[in-house]
Structures are given as structure tokens and as C-alpha cells.
Design a protein around this ligand. Structure first.
Ligand code: ISL
Length: 542
């Protein structure tokens, strides 16, 4: 029986937990997480207090990009279980009061998708190729790529198509903004549009509450494929985003208007969250107009530095631009593509990362985030304070970025290491057999769910309490007002809560009120005054 709330505006203030299926829990013992593993652990997520889950792709895929290379959008990959398990997962989550968001990957298919396999059998440039970007190369025999576009994962964004009858280079190329095993779809082809709408309906009919849209800003490319003048250092989620002809083209908005009509035709309406990586909050908000996407990840916030004035500016800018189109803000600190925030926010001296201060800042940053109005995304393991794993041996790394750049860009495996559930045992309870597709460091045991559950002051208990209070006090639905506070600190009120944070080298003293929750046991109340040491945050009752 579904126990989800009847609130159709739930997405405006929800806390959504990102489950990375490969690394959450492995029920069949093959070393790779799976859907039955997730189902077994749903009570953990319900007890954590999240409103919804977003699952990264679990569809049939050769896994050249960890499942973002989809060969069949309607079927689960056997590594992750049966297709029926996906439906069971939705039903079980609903019983526990949580909604479920799946991931749709519309920018590209896998090179093993039947469409691409069929295209490779036909002469390049012929009709069937219109589903992909198949373009004649430069030079007399087409031996040069059509333009200078680069793959986000390193190297060229073009691969030459072999002539199907001879196997020799044909002088025609296909576009792949990511790995060569991920050919970009051509959204000018009506069949591409129709098929994706059918996929949306397929899962909506099976009860899924919404979709996260992969590379939502990438679907439409500038006509004529003009050169972009880019160079390899420009990419990466931690870098500034530039305006380039292969991203954020105006034509993309019509696609989402059509998708919104599909979502709105359901009762209750289904929702979207776009992965929209664009240059400014203004262009980001264009995707959030009332007839387009409901929400989109706020990467401007994710990229923000541990610096009070800067953070306040990013929060204000985000709130303003979202409000202009009537959309809620979203907030996110970690995901499967970026260094975990316990490491990213850590002070560094040379090669030495101060992990303790990193964790302190991560906890404080999470408390700030969870008090902000709008919806918040948590990435599995951040509630345990997991750091980025930096010592994965080269031969265990799977991220195509690592391989396409010959190891120059280390890639994203370090934030994808399987979750430690238990203090001891091989793979710390992740897998029944002890195997795990990426090696876990020894210290994962101390950070396990078992080690932290019920332990006062643990990161896990801090998150549980924050989610309980956020819900009870409707923080996600409040209005934020800034309070004057000393340099390198932040203070704001939302509903009846004051949030304070010390982000510089000095402690912050604040008139005492009831302390609701602190990011550190070192936050103390003495004689009507609360003192926050550097790198801490607290929630106080007004
Ligand atoms: O587009 C970008 C730069 O302009 C990138 O930041 C891009 O948005 C990001 O790499 C997209 O990530 C998503 O799609 C990838 C997949 O590997 C990631 O895991 C996924 O989150 C390809 O499907």
C-alpha cells in the first residue's frame, strides 16, 4: 500500500537521496550492487528520513560508462537483477512513504543499442543514420574529424565509421560528447523524440514518480557543427562552464515542453530534475520555466567555495533566479561525478589534505544546506561522512575518463566506492561474498552504518536529526532572511530557526537560544552565549 504523501508539490521541498546502484548493496554476491540489495536496505533510507530516492541507471548496458551507456531503456541489466525488481523497488519504497526517481539518458545511447548496431550495418549517411550525428569528415577523403569538438572524457568527440562492406575508414564520423561507446542521438529526428516519450510513459505507467535527466543541456547541437575553439582543460564539473556550440542550445527547451506535457498527463503528475550544466544561473533558470522542468541540480551551489561571503552570494543568486520563473531551488554538495565534499572542502597544504577539517566542514555544509528553502539532494555515503577514496590502484579504475586521458585525469571512481554497512568483514557488509567491484579502504569500517548508528554525535545521527527537524519545522518550505554577522560567518533565519556558521579561522559567538542541532560536539552554550569553533554550523530556536 502506498504511504507517500498526497502533496503533489512534494518536489518543491523534498530531500532526495541518490542511490548509486553499483555501490549501495550487493544481494547476489557478484561484487556489484543490485536492485534486490537496494530493496533490502530501503528501511534504512526510510529511517534516515528522506522523502525520495533517485537511482542512477540500472538498465541493460555494457557498462562502458557505469550504465550511462544504455542498450535498452526498458530492461534492467542482469548485473542489477530482474526488470521486475525495479517495479518491486518502486512499490516497496512507496509502502515506506518514499517516492522514486529513475535516470533517463537521452543525449546518447550505448553503441550496443539496437539502433546503433543497425546503423553500423548500413552505409554511413544513409537514412537509418539520421538517429545519430553522422557527419562527413574534413579533408579530401574525410580523413579529418568534422570539427574540433572534444569528448568530456578526453580526446576527440568524433570516431570514424567503418565502411560496412569493407571495414575500411569511410570518411564519415559519428559524434560522441562522452565515450566512443556513447554515440550522441540526433534530436532533429522525430523518431528519437517519440521513442523517448514512449520510454517516459513506460516507466510512468509502472509507477515511477519522476526522472532525473542526464546531460539535459546537451541534446541539441548547433546546426552546421561549427568549431568551438575549446581545449581539454575546459572540462570537468569543478571548472567554470563555457558557452559552446554543442551545449545549451535554445532548441532544447521544446523537448522539455513536450516532456512536461507527458508528465502532467499523469495523476499525480510526474516530475523532472534536469542535470543542467550551463554557464550562469540565468541560463539555468530557462529550463525551469513553468512549462518545462520542475527542478534542476544547482551546480553553482555544488561548485561554491567554503567562504561565507561567496556562499551567501551563490545562495542569493540561486534563490533569485529560480524565483523569477516560479521554480524552487535545489541544493547539492556531492554526487557520483565529483569529489566527495568531505574531501573537496578540506583545506590543503601542498599534497596534504586536512581530512579532519574536511569532515568538519562537510558536516557544517550539510547542516547549512538542509536548512535552505527548496529541495536537497544527498549522495549515498555522505551521511556517513565518507571521504573521496584516492588510493584506488590504476588497474581497478573503471571510469572511462581515466583511460581516455591515460590516467592524467584520475576520474570519478573515488566517490563511487561501495558503502560500508558493517564495522568488520570483507567489503564491510556491502556484499555477502565479500567481493566489491572497487576496493574499499581499511578505514571504511569505522565509518560504517553499524559503527555510527545510535552513536551520539556521529555523522549519521546528525543527518537523521537534521532530516527529522527539517521535516518537523518545514524548513524546506520557509523563506530565508539573512542576519548581520561578523566576517567569515553566516547567519540566517528560516521559519523559527536561526542557522549560524563559522567559516573562517575565528570562532563565532552568538546570543544563546535553544540549541537544536550542531555539526560538532565542540559547539557549546555557556552563560547565554553559544560559541561555534571554526568549521562548524548550528541550528538554534529563535
Ligand atoms: O557537460 C558537461 C560539461 O559541459 C559535463 O559536466 C557533463 O554535464 C557531465 O559530465 C555529465 O554527467 C552525466 O553524464 C555522463 C555520465 O558519465 C555522468 O555520470 C552523468 O552524471 C554521460 O552520460
Amino acid at each position: 500500500m502506498s504511504n507517500v504523501s498526497v502533496d503533489t508539490d512534494w518536489w518543491r521541498h523534498a530531500v532526495i537521496y541518490q542511490v548509486y546502484p553499483r555501490s549501495f548493496a550487493d544481494a547476489n554476491g557478484d561484487g556489484m550492487g543490485d536492485l534486490p540489495g537496494i530493496i533490502d536496505r530501503l528501511p534504512y533510507l526510510a529511517a534516515l528520513g528522506v522523502d525520495a530516492l533517485w537511482l542512477n541507471p540500472f538498465y541493460a548496458s555494457p557498462q562502458h560508462d557505469a550504465g550511462y551507456d544504455v542498450a535498452d531503456y526498458r530492461r534492467a541489466d542482469e548485473r542489477f537483477g530482474e526488470t521486475a525488481d525495479a517495479e518491486r523497488l518502486i512499490a516497496t519504497a512507496h509502502d515506506l512513504g518514499m517516492r522514486v526517481i529513475f535516470d533517463i539518458v537521452p543525449n546518447h545511447t550505448s553503441s550496443e543499442h539496437p539502433w546503433f548496431v543497425e546503423a553500423l550495418r548500413t552505409p554511413p549517411g544513409s537514412g537509418i543514420w539520421s538517429r545519430y550525428h553522422c557527419v562527413r569528415g574534413r579533408g579530401p577523403t574525410g580523413e579529418e574529424p568534422p570539427n574540433d569538438w572534444l569528448s568530456v572524457f578526453g580526446g576527440l568527440a568524433w570516431t570514424q565509421i567503418p565502411d560496412p562492406s569493407t571495414g575500411e575508414p569511410s570518411g564519415w564520423w559519428y559524434l560522441h560528447l562522452f565515450d566512443s561507446a556513447q554515440p550522441d542521438l540526433n534530436w532533429n529526428d522525430p523518431e528519437v523524440r517519440d521513442e523517448h516519450e514512449r520510454v517516459l510513459r513506460h516507466w510512468f505507467d509502472r509507477g515511477v514518480d519522476g526522472f532525473r535527466i542526464d546531460v539535459a543541456h546537451g541534446l541539441v547541437k548547433t546546426e552546421g557543427y561549427p568549431d568551438s575553439g575549446e581545449h581539454p582543460d575546459m572540462y570537468g564539473l569543478e571548472n567554470e562552464v563555457l558557452v559552446l556550440p554543442q551545449w545549451d542550445q535554445p532548441g532544447v527547451h521544446d523537448i522539455y515542453r513536450a516532456w512536461r506535457r507527458v508528465a502532467d498527463s499523469y495523476d499525480p503528475p510526474r516530475v523532472f530534475c534536469g542535470e543542467v550544466v550551463v554557464a550562469t544561473p540565468e541560463s539555468h533558470s530557462m529550463y525551469l520555466r513553468p512549462d518545462e522542468l520542475h527542478t534542476a541540480f544547482n551546480f553553482h551551489y555544488l561548485r561554491s567555495r567554503w567562504e561565507a561571503a561567496h556562499l551567501r552570494e551563490v545562495i542569493d543568486h540561486s534563490l533569485e533566479t529560480a524565483a523569477q520563473v516560479g521554480a524552487p531551488c535545489t541544493w547539492v554538495l556531492s554526487n557520483h561525478d565529483i569529489r566527495r565534499h568531505a574531501t573537496r572542502l578540506a583545506p590543503e597544504a601542498g599534497d596534504v589534505v586536512d581530512a579532519n577539517r574536511g569532515l568538519a566542514r562537510a558536516r557544517a555544509a550539510s547542516l547549512i544546506m538542509l536548512a535552505l528553502p527548496g529541495s536537497a539532494y544527498l549522495y549515498q555515503g555522505e551521511e556517513l561522512g565518507l571521504p573521496e577514496v584516492t588510493d584506488i590502484p590504476d588497474d581497478k579504475r573503471e571510469d572511462p575518463t581515466f583511460h581516455r586521458t591515460n590516467g592524467e585525469v584520475v576520474g570519478r571512481d573515488g566517490c563511487r566506492v561501495p558503502i560500508p554497512w558493517r564495522t568488520t568483514g570483507a567489503s564491510f557488509g556491502f556484499s555477502d561474498t565479500g567481493a566489491s567491484w572497487l576496493p574499499q579502504p581499511e578505514y571504511f569500517g569505522e565509518l560504517s552504518v553499524e559503527a555510527q548508528a545510535g552513536s551520539a554525535g556521529s555523522t549519521l545521527e546528525m543527518y537523521r536529526e537534521a532530516l527529522r527537524l527539517r521535516h518537523q519545522l518545514s524548513l524546506g518550505e520557509g523563506t530565508l532572511s539573512w542576519l548581520d554577522s561578523p566576517e567569515d560567518t553566516l547567519a540566517f533565519t528560516i521559519n523559527n530557526v536561526t542557522v549560524v556558521a563559522a567559516m573562517g579561522e575565528q570562532p563565532l559567538a552568538w546570543p544563546a537560544a535553544e540549541l537544536l542541532l550542531a555539526s560538532s560536539p565542540d559547539v557549546v552554550v555557556v552563560d547565554g552565549q553559544i560559541t561555534l569553533p571554526p568549521d562548524t554550523a548550528a541550528w538554534l530556536r529563535l
